[in-house]
Design a protein around this ligand. Structure first.
Ligand code: NDP
Ligand code: 8X3
Length: 254
């Protein structure tokens, strides 16, 4: 069974975005999947189309590049322009150091992706939702957007910004019947820490040592819960933590 609902997911080539693509496909949504790595997306498209018989459109662009974002969204084929759900998931941490030792290239990367990228995509997709007087935006924040931790400075700031933007969007889009939800995960084992530590897989593994971390499917499940409520119910936000994690920097390891 398919229906005519469509979800647009940024950062769908890995981790939470990929797991979210699968849960929406399993629930008969057609998918528009974005990321920079087209080979990964092609593989995911082939697998999900085969498994769930849904339609999938790939939208390869870098969320940091306004021209790419504008072009890609302008060129979405007519039949795909009714976007019911936007999942602003693309994001990253880059580096982890005190403010006096931070690498300004890392800072630019995080600010450009997590804040400006989310804004560029939202600015270009929301007019399509307004045309339909309906829609649902899900912004992936973080526990790092609720509390700061040592050496998290700029990454935490970008996620505090996502939280602020989520609340602002909810006010701005109220008159258009567009729902806005913030999803705030604690530690999820994905490629996140490998990217944060610039490809140092061993260091990344240690982040998840000795406790049961969340997996991407746990977050996809929470996103699906928020999106599948009745029309009159909005989930403003959900914070989802591993049971072994009390706060961003407080983890009970065995
Ligand atoms: P992954 O590194 O596994 O996935 C990140 C995704 O974002 C990839 O698909 C990547 O694709 C995409 N991406 C990164 N930069 C860009 C860009 N400039 N343009 C387009 N796509 C981009 O990490 P997660 O799945 O863990 O991260 C997803 C979101 O969840 C992020 O916003 C992260 O901050 C947030 N989060 C993660 C937590 C965790 O513990 N893992 C906890 C809380 C929040 P590609 O490289 O192909 O472009
Ligand atoms: C990712 C979770 O705690 O590593 O947003 O910042 S944390």
């Amino acid at each position: 069974m398919t229906h005519n609902k469509t979800v647009f997911i940024t950062g769908a080539s890995s981790g939470i975005g990929e797991a979210t693509a699968e849960i929406f496909a399993a629930n008969h949504f057609n998918l528009i999947l974005n990321a920079r790595r087209s080979d990964r997306l092609e593989k995911i498209k082939a697998e999900l189309e085969k498994k769930y018989s849904v339609k999938i459109l790939l939208s390869i662009f870098d969320v940091r590049k306004l021209d790419e974002v504008k072009n890609a969204i302008k060129n979405i084929p007519t039949g795909w322009q009714k976007i019911d759900v936007l999942i602003n998931n693309a994001g990253l941490a880059s580096g982890m150091s005190t403010i006096d030792e931070g690498d300004t290239d890392d800072w630019d990367k995080m600010i450009d992706t997590n804040i400006k990228g989310l804004l560029y995509v939202t600015r270009n997709i929301v007019p399509l939702m307004i045309k339909n007087n309906s829609g649902h935006i899900v912004n992936i924040g973080s526990i790092a957007g609720k509390e700061v931790y040592a050496n998290g400075n700029v990454y935490c700031s970008t996620k505090f910004a996502v939280d602020a933007l989520t609340k602002s969007m909810r006010i701005d889009l109220l008159k258009h019947d567009i729902k806005v939800t913030g999803i705030h995960p604690g530690a999820v084992e994905t490629e996140f820490s490998i990217v944060r530590f610039h490809g140092d897989v061993e260091r990344a593994k240690k982040v998840y040592d000795g406790f049961d971390n969340l997996v991407a499917a746990d977050i996809a499940d929470a996103i699906w819960y928020a999106v599948s409520r009745p029309k009159h119910v909005n989930i403003n936000e959900l914070t989802i933590m591993p049971t072994a994690q009390a706060q961003a920097g407080i983890i009970q390891r065995k």
